[in-house]
Design a binder for this molecule. Structure first.
Ligand SMILES: [Zn+2]
Ligand SMILES: [Zn+2]
Length: 381
């Protein structure tokens, strides 16, 4: 939907540079607190991925880039407020110690937030997907700032900030159900397999479990209330995939974690899986027409997953797999018609409240559909 309130972006207006300046300035501003309060605001698992020294340089680079974009916006645009806001936040960052802050050793604490994970993933995803969506958009008229982008951003922020909570509870069922088994023999066997086979097994088994968890969410009226939050988005883009109810995140992640736990893949395979999923889950929702040639028959692509989100009930119940389309082929839910894309995405028949908190509470007590059962029959999800 393109209205006067939802302007699209064009190069040379000073608007993209203005927003880039504000975005980088805000990331830098919050990053300083990660240096100041690392026990509280950074996650031990993620700290192993980077060094404090490299983060210091990244922080300085973001502040400098924010100034650069502010100047560019100032020169290009009639509207000077974007540049001024960017500069104001960046100056505050420097006053707080943006160029002088030092990384230090971190004491272990029981509880922490994942602000480091939030800021770095947001920066990385924005760097990858905003240019892709600008250069090769699927829906040209769709604005980056569509009416519900703030809600989607809140979902992104919450799921990253509370990574410890989501991680702990998602791992609980696996250790509860399988922890008593002696699995070290199986782990040794799996880790002795050829690398490519081990990698394929990890991807296949997690996707197989996620496929059935996902289908389960579609086929039970009560569970569908929770998963339908994810389907309520009419504006598919890289941020929209974050719109997932925490019950949905918990069950889906827990189901994927069970094979990882039982088979005990090597740390390298485990880490490749985590990185792949972090990028791939964002990619399949992105507003991009990139079709990936023959790869689209091997890996789920944006076109593939957009069909899963199709608003026309005729195409409900297709493409449940997250990684491998052949899993849908095996179970008769595959749908990928040439280069055709769905007309629209979202849920016509649902009345979902807007906003994170309302969407969090709502499905526990009420159905977004007039009649749960009728809905189930009609859609055969
Ligand atoms: Zn779904
Ligand atoms: Zn989705």
């Amino acid at each position: 939907m393109n209205t006067a309130k939802e302007p699209t972006f064009a190069f040379g207006e000073g608007k993209i540079s203005g927003y880039a300046s504000i975005f980088l300035a805000l990331l830098s501003f919050f990053a300083i607190f990660c240096f100041k309060f690392p026990e509280l605001l950074t996650s031990p698992e993620f700290r192993e991925v980077y060094t404090g020294e490299s983060m210091k340089y990244l922080l300085a680079a973001c502040i400098i880039a924010s100034f650069f974009f502010a100047v560019l916006s100032f020169l290009l645009s009639q509207k000077k407020s974007w540049a001024l806001i960017g500069i104001l936040i960046s100056v505050s960052s420097i006053l707080l110690g943006g160029f002088t802050v030092e990384a230090r050793s971190v004491n272990a604490t029981q509880w922490h937030l994942g602000l480091d994970w939030l800021l770095l993933d947001l920066l990385l995803m924005a760097l990858i997907f905003i240019p892709i969506e600008m250069v090769w958009p699927k829906k040209k008229e769709q604005s980056r700032f569509h009416p519900e982008w703030r809600t989607d951003l809140v979902y992104f922020v919450v799921s990253h900030l509370f990574i410890q909570f989501f991680g702990v509870i998602a791992q609980a069922p696996a250790s509860l159900f399988f922890g008593w088994m002696g699995l070290s023999g199986l782990h040794n066997f799996v880790q002795s397999l050829p690398f490519a086979l081990e990698l394929f097994l990890a991807f296949f088994l997690t996707d197989f479990c996620q496929y059935w968890a996902h289908r389960f969410f579609h086929s039970h009226a009560y569970l569908w209330r929770f998963h339908s939050v994810h389907h309520s988005t009419q504006h598919m883009d890289w941020l929209a995939g974050s719109r997932t109810h925490f019950v949905d995140i918990f069950v889906t992640r827990a189901s994927a974690f069970i094979p990882l736990y039982v088979f005990g893949f090597s740390p390298l395979v485990f880490n490749i899986y985590i990185v792949f999923m972090a990028i791939h889950a964002v990619l399949i929702h992105a507003n991009t027409r990139i079709n990936f040639g023959f790869l689209k028959y091997i890996f789920a692509t944006p076109q593939y997953h957009h069909w899963h989100h199709c608003e026309d009930p005729k195409y409900y119940g297709k493409n449940f797999a997250t990684i491998f389309p052949f899993i849908d082929k095996i179970f008769g839910t595959y749908y990928l018609p040439g280069n055709t894309w769905p007309e629209g995405t979202g849920l016509h028949e649902a009345n979902y409240p807007k906003g994170y908190v309302k969407q969090l509470v709502y499905p526990f007590t009420k159905s977004p559909f007039d009649n749960d059962l009728k809905m189930e029959e009609r859609a055969r999800r």
